[in-house]
Ligand binder design. Structure first.
Ligand code: SER
Length: 605
């Protein structure tokens, strides 16, 4: 190993300390709620108020190494370069130095400290648009430092602009990204295919508003280089699981499973998933604001990670609880204990919680397996019966799409798990049938929604989406109570992470009104009111003041949901069975959607 993770962290910090920066240390991985982002996804996130202008007690030049959790690419984990947890090496100028110093220091660090060849470095800058000019200044500084002019590229906003997606009021700006050949020995590498991004300097000089970007008083710099990625690259490796961060863990998994990481592609993918997801689990449970797996908010994401790891332990043929505990212990003892001493203190607690979750999921897995056995037995019975009647009968060997969908929907079995289990018994799975059942289910849930619901409002029936759906009913009723009985839902959109709700109202809500609505919804959640489903005639629904769009015909039967006397809506469901299941409701944003229509974004935590 040319450079270890510990040396790299140290090198980064001492380099920027030598340039007058103060190490501000790392903060919690759990989002502080200011942006509505669930986890800390970038080193700049905790520094947002300072980037927006608040004086920082430690000065205007800061640096640190900050853990980040990003779960958007969870399905890609298993390849050589995706992680759900990583460390970002950062440094900042809060309205102090700007492009001249920053380009020079990044160049110095990369070429002198890390020994990269300046003639191989490539750099991209912002090409400009209506909001911000073309970054000729950075390009010219790069040229004067010695970056070859043909290695400087101007790219559009989709490449060279950094902002926290889905937020408003946050700092952002054009960035300068640094690239190096994946294989430095390759002759005439072609940009970008043969290159890897190693980090970026963001010139944060704008604030994102609802409609565009306004200049900030301070011209800031926000630099971020991924430690995990850099480590791999500086050591001339091509597999992110070969660095010292993972070497011990992979060796432990090889020993436990008796399978070889290098030689067995299937085991390799599973080992990477178990290692990555367990590392993130350790970091989230062991965090200073540690969380536990649950059915809402950040806890739900943690649960998804843990259950995916559990499933892959099974694929590796090892017992999930003990394997994940061994992996977690290796991370704490051998890799992260020194940089994150809190993990050492919380080690027993972390292992205990991993064990509990693995045991909990085991029961669900078992029920799903029993269901799976029933499917197989059913097909075998039919085959035996038919063979008795007709000697030419060709036996069935496919699990039906509807059955596979039931395993998916009720027992949380991903299709691949069903397929794998089926293959072991010599069966296939009707994938097309599965897709059809999936679509039918989705269409049904869309069709069932009350007519006021925007198309695509409820994309899936995940437990979390169902909770959000119930939250829209509470929100609808709370808005009527706080603002006016004339407020009506104009549309909604739900994902597993958040809800959006549009309603007619002619002005912005005051902060007091937002708070009152939030409090009222939370009060109804705290009351743990049952959500009651009833079919009735349209006339009855009208008489009982159910809300919804009355577009049905006379005599029709309608589906209704009521939450005590507080909310009564005509709606196809599905819904949570009690409001207490929803967790804490928080309005992240209230903004204009179109003329006379406001939009609320809210989360359940
Ligand atoms: N905010 C930028 C990033 O996350 C630079 O720190 O990459």
């Amino acid at each position: 190993m040319k450079i270890t993770s510990k040396q790299l962290r140290q090198k980064w910090l001492s380099f920027y300390e030598s340039k007058g920066h103060v190490n501000v240390g790392a903060v919690s991985l759990i989002g502080d709620g200011t942006t509505g982002v669930m986890f800390n996804v970038a080193g700049m996130q905790p520094l947002m108020p300072y980037l927006l202008g608040k004086p920082h007690p430690l000065g205007r030049r800061l640096c640190n190494v900050q853990g980040c959790v990003r779960t958007v690419d969870i399905d890609s984990v298993g390849d050589a370069s995706h992680f759900t947890f990583f460390e970002m090496m950062g440094n900042w100028s809060l309205g102090d130095y700007f492009k001249k110093e920053k380009t020079a220091w990044t160049f110095e660090l990369l070429t002198k400290e890390f020994g990269l060849d300046k003639d191989k470095l490539c750099s991209t800058v912002f090409e400009g648009n209506d909001a911000a000019p073309r970054d000729e200044e950075t390009a010219s500084l790069l040229r004067s430092l010695g970056i070859l002019p043909e290695h400087i590229f101007y790219l559009p906003k989709s490449d060279n602009w950094w902002e926290l997606e889905g937020t408003v009021g946050t700092p952002c700006g054009p960035d300068n990204e640094w690239f190096y050949p994946i294989d430095p020995k390759k002759k005439d590498p072609v940009f970008p295919d043969d290159y890897v991004e190693i980090g970026n300097d963001v010139y944060m000089q704008y604030r994102k508003t609802e409609t565009g970007y306004v200049p900030l008083e301070n011209k800031n710099v926000d630099t971020g280089f991924g430690l995990d990625r850099m480590l791999l690259f500086l050591n001339g490796l091509h597999d992110g699981y070969k660095t010292d961060l993972f070497a011990g863990v992979i060796a432990a998994l090889e020993q436990l499973t008796g399978r070889r990481y290098d030689e067995d592609g299937e085991a390799r993918k599973a080992m990477r998933i178990v290692a990555d997801h367990t590392r993130t689990t350790v970091m989230l449970i062991g965090d200073v604001n540690g969380i536990l797996p649950s059915n809402t908010g950040a806890g739900y994401i943690l649960r998804r990670l843990m259950r995916r790891a559990i499933r892959y332990c099974r694929k590796l043929g090892v017992e999930p609880a003990s394997t994940m505990c061994a992996v977690a212990a290796a991370f704490i003892d051998e890799v992260y204990g020194e940089a994150y001493p809190l993990l050492v203190g919380k080690k027993d607690y972390i292992l205990d919680e991993i064990k509990k979750e693995a045991e909990r999921f085991e029961t669900m897995l078992e029920k799903g397996m029993a269901e799976f056995e029933k499917c197989i037995a059913g097909i075998e019975r039919k085959n035996a019966f038919m063979a008795g009647k007709d000697p030419a009968y060709v036996p069935e060997n496919t699990i039906g799409g509807k059955q596979a969908f039931r395993l998916y929907d009720t027992y949380g079995f991903p299709l691949e798990l069903t397929e794998e289990m089926a293959a072991e018994r010599g069966y296939g799975v009707d994938k097309e049938g599965f897709d059809a059942a999936f679509r039918e289910h989705q269409e049904k849930s869309r069709g069932d929604l009350h007519a006021g619901e925007a198309k695509g409002g409820l994309e899936s029936h995940s437990v979390q989406a169902v909770r959000y759906h119930t939250a829209t009913h509470l929100l609808n009723a709370a808005l009527k109570a706080v603002l006016s009985p004339d407020v009506n839902q104009k549309g909604s959109n739900i994902t597993d992470e958040r809800m959006r709700f549009d309603f007619n109202f002619s002005r912005a809500m005051t902060p007091e009104e937002v708070k009152a609505v939030e409090d009222l919804v939370n009060q109804k959640i705290a009351e743990d009111i049952p959500v009651v489903y009833k079919e009735m005639s349209l006339e009855e629904a009208r008489a009982e003041h159910f809300v919804g769009v009355f577009d049905s015909k006379y005599g029709d039967v309608v589906k209704t949901y009521s939450i005590g006397d507080f909310s009564k809506e005509m709606c196809g469901g599905p819904h949570a069975s009690r409001t207490g299941e929803l967790g804490h409701f928080r309005i992240v944003k209230e903004q204009s959607s179109s003329a006379g229509v406001r939009r609320i974004k809210a989360v359940l935590e």
